[in-house]
Design a protein around this ligand. Structure first.
Ligand SMILES: Nc1ncnc2c1ncn2[C@@H]1O[C@H](COP(=O)(O)OP(=O)(O)OP(=O)(O)O)[C@@H](O)[C@H]1O
Ligand SMILES: [Mg+2]
Length: 263
């Protein structure tokens, strides 16, 4: 069965897109056929996956959400640019439904069952992928709910800061409210702690706080704040193909998180 996972957080800049890309990289290395659905109209995940505007002219989330019952992933999804990277690109299929500003009107749709089920219905039309990763925008509008309605698991991404517990609580409450208001179920949730500075007392304290509040929901391992991350993303590269020990350590952590998602 296809595993569908949303990366979400009501706070911006915490690493939703980075976690999506890290998991996509781990899936490619492991040989897991994967689709990334970039629900954020900013399209950062699409850029990080090496797509250009020419790749995505017709094939984007707006096209997919417009007519989910006629969804064709031949038309709406394009191969990621990572497929061209030797040593990793040939291991599995990694396709992307690209983010685009054309999806913005879908963020303001009335929250009817029909509207919220748009991505879910589209995904029912394919069995090509073992894993679907959905990168959500940092808001609780319709696009995020459309992502949640399609997901078996929502991963809330948090930084270990003063606001992390409150922010994660808000996301968890929003998921619970979404379930009562929409009739869609989110079978599982988790918290990914990102940008952890190993030697920071404050970060250690906040990580512990998250664990004491959310217990087993907190995903192991945490992702460390890594200086190579900017370079990896700047080059639109999979972290698993980036040279050096720091990238290898980050890659290993994403392998472990992916392992937990696929069981
Ligand atoms: N583990 C990390 N180490 C270092 N930098 C990181 C890490 N994770 C994310 N970043 C950086 O933090 C910034 C924000 O990350 P990202 O774009 O993934 O967040 P986001 O939650 O998707 O943001 P938005 O809410 O705008 O969609 C980026 O510049 C990214 O490179
Ligand atoms: Mg993002």
């Amino acid at each position: 069965m296809t595993q569908v996972v949303s990366m979400s957080s009501l706070k911006g800049g915490v690493g939703k897109t980075s976690v999506t890309l890290g998991l996509a990289s781990a899936a490619l290395r492991r040989g897991v056929d994967t689709l990334v659905v970039d629900l954020d109209p900013h399209g950062d995940a699409s850029t990080g996956l090496g797509l250009s505007a020419a790749d995505t002219r017709e094939a984007d989330t707006a096209a997919l959400l417009a007519a989910p019952r006629k969804a064709s992933f031949d038309r709406s999804a394009v191969p990621s640019g990572w497929g061209r990277i030797a040593g990793i690109g040939e291991r599995a299929r990694l396709d992307v439904v690209a983010g685009s500003a054309r999806a913005l009107p879908y963020d303001r749709l009335p929250a009817t069952r029909k509207n919220l089920g748009r991505l879910r219905r589209a995904l029912e039309r394919t069995d090509r992928y073992d894993l679907v990763l959905i990168d959500c925008p940092p808001t609780l509008n319709s696009l995020t709910r459309i992502g949640w309605a399609a997901s078996q698991k929502v991963l809330s991404v948090a930084e270990p800061s003063l606001f992390a517990v409150a922010g994660t609580e808000r996301t968890m409450r929003a998921i619970a409210r979404f379930e009562t208001e929409s009739e869609f179920k989110v079978p599982a949730a988790g918290v990914v702690v990102n940008k952890v500075q190993r030697h920071s007392e404050e970060h250690r304290y906040r990580s512990e706080e998250l664990r004491s509040m959310f217990g087993r929901l907190v995903v192991s391992p945490e992702i460390e704040d890594s200086s190579v991350w900017q370079q990896v993303q700047g080059a639109a590269y999979p972290v698993h193909a980036w040279p050096g020990g720091e990238a290898a350590e980050t890659a290993r952590r994403f392998d472990a998180i992916l392992e937990g998602l696929l069981v």
